[in-house]
Design a protein around this ligand. Structure first.
Ligand SMILES: Cc1cc2nc3c(=O)[nH]c(=O)nc-3n(C[C@H](O)[C@H](O)[C@H](O)COP(=O)(O)OP(=O)(O)OC[C@H]3O[C@@H](n4cnc5c(N)ncnc54)[C@H](O)[C@@H]3O)c2cc1C
Length: 434
């Protein structure tokens, strides 16, 4: 059988999921290209020689309702590489108002947790729930802030949830996108909100098993391969330039562009200038502190392995073997702050948050740390940027798009990236030349 060559350019989770999906077909030859020396893109782990620990470029949380993520993990046989409490459990600390609680959602669709003082957001009032309805009914122009109702339900749940899911402030974030996330999670009940993260690291969960499967099924992977140009002839891509070499695209062959948005915009600008791509970005700050690998934690934080923080700089504190990692989303607001000052301030918060739950005190002095600031962690999930997201189809029958910035209906998340990769893979075989 003559195989259709599928050139997938970009080895983040969008490119990997397209490759995993297509490599299963006997009529497709997958060739994956990635410019950097390793796969994974914005979701990768590596050994940090300064910390002498394996760390993720950024803490990634996924929820049990992320259907595309779990489909991908089942395909690559990596579901068991995740850990989590197994419950829709979210321990929180309010540093400003000095309060601690465990948000524990009821597993079914009916929100019994709202009626149980020990499981719900403390001090919230029932009329505040109107915000949920407004978010679910939001139109394309509304921001999250337009839908919120002032009170502790917004401050202690909806705002942190929105900022983490959209990586954008509530004042600017699209209510429509947050509504989509809520439909996939909160509205399905606690069984869709069980948090998970990789046991060892992002690459061990999302990348290495996928690489093995793609290669086992005959796919080829080329690292350090940078695309610089697509070339169009007779209404189709006839070749592209990779590390200054021309790669011919045969009449039956296809290209899937799974690049980061800012690179895709440059490449597409030359061949399909009418295709718009998100072009404003938000950063995420991650601080990894090396701590005693035998550090023992108690109670719900030990079960969940993370805690949400309200009223501080930190938003989520993850406790992993030998590493305490902090995530700060929508972090452009901290650009200009000295890294050393941020690391010192955040360590003070970590001690305040974790002191009551650690069995041995955390060091007074700031431990060795690594600050990772992903400057283009995601496109800004504003109304305006959401309108710039293209579909996976292009004016050329043999060129498709994938990436968390493609119009998936979701913000830039692992779920969105993988969904876009699967959709591009499906589109390749659904589409025929005119
Ligand atoms: C710090 C951080 C924390 C996050 N936390 C979460 C979270 O908790 N939950 C969640 O769901 N999501 C989270 N995300 C978002 C998630 O990581 C991304 O949505 C997802 O990884 C995007 O995958 P992608 O394949 O679309 O893009 P990318 O990962 O950007 O992949 C694009 C790939 O293309 C390659 N490339 C670029 N230019 C070229 C070229 N010219 N030629 C060849 N290859 C090229 C890049 O090197 C890259 O590997 C987080 C992101 C960051 C940065």
């Amino acid at each position: 059988m003559v195989k259709k060559h599928i050139h997938i350019i970009g080895g983040g989770l969008a490119g990997l999921s397209a490759a995993v999906s297509l490599s299963q077909r006997s009529d497709a030859q997958v060739i994956l290209y990635e410019s950097s020396p390793s796969l994974g893109g914005r979701a990768r782990s590596f050994y940090d020689t300064h910390l002498e620990r394996t760390i993720d470029n950024g803490n990634h949380l996924i929820l049990s309702g992320n259907d595309a993520v779990f489909k991908y993990l089942r395909l690559i046989d990596a579901t068991n590489s995740l850990i989590g409490s197994g419950y829709p459990l979210f321990p929180f600390v309010d540093l400003e108002l000095g309060k601690r609680w465990d948000l524990l959602l009821s597993k079914g669709r009916f929100p019994w947790w709202l009626f149980l003082a020990k499981h719900r957001v403390p001090d919230f009032k029932f009329p505040e729930l109107f915000a949920l309805w407004k978010l679910l009914k939001a139109d394309t122009q509304q921001t999250v802030a337009d839908c919120l109702v002032n009170g502790q339900f917004a401050r202690r749940l909806l705002k942190p949830f929105a900022v983490s899911a959209l990586n954008t402030s509530c004042d600017a974030g699209s209510a429509l996108l947050l509504g989509s996330v809520m439909r996939q999670s909160l509205m399905k009940g606690g069984k869709a909100c069980i948090p998970y993260f990789p046991k060892e690291g992002l690459s061990e969960t999302f990348v290495q098993p996928a690489t093995s499967l793609i290669e086992l099924q005959g796919g080829k992977i080329h690292l350090k391969s940078r695309l610089s140009e697509l070339h169009v002839e007779d209404g189709k891509i006839d070749y592209f330039v990779m590390n200054n070499n021309k790669i011919e695209v045969g009449p039956q062959d296809t290209v899937i562009l799974a690049l980061s948005a800012h690179v895709a915009e440059q490449i597409l600008g030359a061949v399909c200038p009418k295709v718009k791509v998100p072009n404003q970005f938000e950063s995420i700050l991650n601080l990894h502190y090396a701590v005693d690998p035998n550090l023992r934690i108690k109670g719900s934080v030990d079960k969940a392995k993370f805690v949400g923080v309200i009223g501080g700089i930190s938003e989520w504190i993850f406790v992993k073997p030998g590493v305490i990692s902090i995530t700060v989303s929508a972090a452009n607001r901290f650009i200009g702050c000295q890294s050393e000052n941020l690391a010192e301030l955040i360590w003070q918060e970590v001690k305040e948050v974790l002191s009551p739950v650690v069995e041995t005190p955390l060091p007074e002095e700031i431990p060795n740390y690594r600050l990772l600031w992903e400057k283009r962690a995601s496109f800004v999930a504003t109304v305006e940027q959401n309108h710039r997201r293209p579909s996976c189809y292009t004016p050329y029958y043999n060129l498709f798009l994938a990436g968390d910035w493609v119009a998936t209906g979701l913000p830039a998340t692992i779920e969105g990236a993988i969904r876009s990769g699967f959709s591009a893979a499906d589109a390749v075989f659904a589409s025929k030349p005119d």
